[in-house]
Design a binder for this molecule. Structure first.
Ligand SMILES: C[S@@+](CC[C@H](N)C(=O)[O-])C[C@H]1O[C@@H](n2cnc3c(N)ncnc32)[C@H](O)[C@@H]1O
Length: 251
């Protein structure tokens, strides 16, 4: 799994280009970070931990000010940009380059807010540690994918290994997984689709290329690329499910 993560996310400029591409092709134009922010009582948030923080996408939409923001990510490449994004809104910024799950060398009952956006499915075994470092009245916020995001591709290919990754923590099983550690769990759905029109085959190719390390767990990526580009040509429009769910939980 580590190899796949490195291949997919270690090229920061590409990761950012794909983020923009997804935004541009999304039917739902609301920024999911702002939707998630409305679920939090920010008056009570001084200290934040972001698990699987990447280059600080979540922090870039925060206003602050905060006392401290800690980011954990297995890719050191993300450190500089994460620190810049978090440093804009927090007095103290810490980046920990580590592979979760692992014991966190952090005090118990410490963070007011712990966030994990599009990452928790890589390390669901970290939930007990996340709970330990969350303050008793703190909030755990998770943004994750729906297993249905594979449904269009599954008409043509078997993506069972990729599905297992998403099932690490998905919209569908997230509540059951959180119930083992947290209480007062609520969730809201963020329905979306990524749409490509006939003159947007270059973007479609980029999008599939970005996913190739994950795709290759099940299928030769070139086959998926050829089939999808052919479908776009014949159908004139392709739409991929990108329904996400936002969970909020407390200890
Ligand atoms: C899809 S990206 C999301 C990044 C960021 N939260 C965002 O929403 O843009 C997943 C992130 O999780 C990190 N990651 C994946 N597996 C991890 C692990 N086992 N431990 C720590 N970080 C991990 C990757 O390096 C990557 O930055």
């Amino acid at each position: 799994m580590m190899d796949t993560v490195v291949q997919s996310y270690s090229n920061l400029p590409v990761h950012k280009v794909i983020g923009e591409l997804i935004k541009n092709h999304s039917e739902n134009k609301a920024d999911i970070r702002l939707v998630a922010q409305k679920l939090i009582d920010w008056r009570a948030v001084r200290t934040i931990l972001d698990c699987g923080c990447g280059y600080g996408w979540f922090e870039k939409a925060l206003v602050g000010p905060f006392d401290s923001i800690t980011g954990i990510d297995c890719l050191e490449e993300n450190k500089a940009e994460f620190c810049e994004a978090a440093g804009r809104i927090a007095k103290e910024v810490i980046f920990r380059n580590m592979f979760l799950p692992a014991p966190l060398d952090l005090p118990a009952d410490h963070f007011d807010l712990i966030a994990s956006a599009y990452s928790l499915y890589f390390f669901p075994e970290a939930l007990a540690e996340i709970k330990r470092v969350l303050r008793p009245e703190g909030t755990f916020l998770v943004i994750t994918h729906s297993e249905s995001m594979l449904k269009e591709g599954e008409q043509y290919f078997n993506f069972s290994n990729l599905k297992k990754v998403i099932q690490g923590f998905s919209a569908e099983n997230g509540e059951t997984m959180l119930q083992k550690h947290f209480t007062r769990i609520t969730s809201i759905d963020y329905d979306n689709a990524i749409v490509f029109n006939s003159d947007e085959s270059e973007d479609l190719a980029l999008y599939i290329d970005f996913k190739k390390a994950f795709i290759s767990r099940d299928v030769v990526p070139l086959l998926v690329m050829e089939r999808m580009l052919h479908l776009l040509k014949t159908k004139g429009r392709l739409s991929f499910n990108k329904n996400d769910r936002i969970f909020v939980a407390q200890k």
